[in-house]
Design a protein around this ligand. Structure first.
Ligand code: HEM
Length: 130
């Protein structure tokens, strides 16, 4: 099966799991003080909705959609704006894969590799805007 199809199916199962986005942010915020510091003034309920769409954009880009939305994220996360250092994306990916492992009951080893490939492709575009 194609990586993007594996990821779409896995993401569907994760989104159907009620605490998926809560658990992602719990894991991500726990991963470093540098991450927590960035979200001190953030409405996390709104942030969870933004992330839901953000992950979908990464998947759609890997499926061939133009990079417009990811370049906009690259600009908002750049040093001039949110100043999200490129190394923080490794923590983001690690927290997401951990949370997927907890919420996708049908996850196969190949799905995790597919997630890595799909996420990295889009995250490279975001980081390039730093
Ligand atoms: C805001 C997505 C990685 C920190 C946002 C927003 C989206 C988003 C959609 C809403 C504002 C906008 O559209 O620019 C993503 C995606 C990521 C990612 C898809 C991974 C590929 C990160 C990382 C950090 C981070 C690694 C590091 C801490 C923030 C902060 C905000 C934000 C601080 C603003 C929150 C506020 O409004 O207070 N992100 N993000 N993001 N993101 Fe990210």
């Amino acid at each position: 099966m194609k990586d993007t199809n594996r990821v779409m199916q896995s993401y569907g199962r994760c989104c159907a799991s009620p605490d998926f986005f809560d658990d992602f942010y719990t894991a991500f915020l726990a991963s470093s003080p540098a991450v927590r510091e960035k979200f001190v003034r953030t409405d996390m309920t709104a942030q969870k909705q933004l992330l839901r769409a953000g992950i979908l954009n990464l998947v759609l880009f890997a499926r061939g959609m133009p990079d417009t939305k990811l370049r906009a994220l690259g600009k908002s996360h750049s040093r001039e704006q949110l100043n999200i250092h490129p190394e923080l994306y490794d923590l983001w990916i690690a927290a997401l894969l951990k949370t997927i492992g907890q919420h996708d009951g049908d996850l196969e080893q190949q799905d995790l590799q597919a997630w890595r490939t799909v996420l990295n492709k889009g995250i490279d575009v975001i980081k390039a805007g730093y």
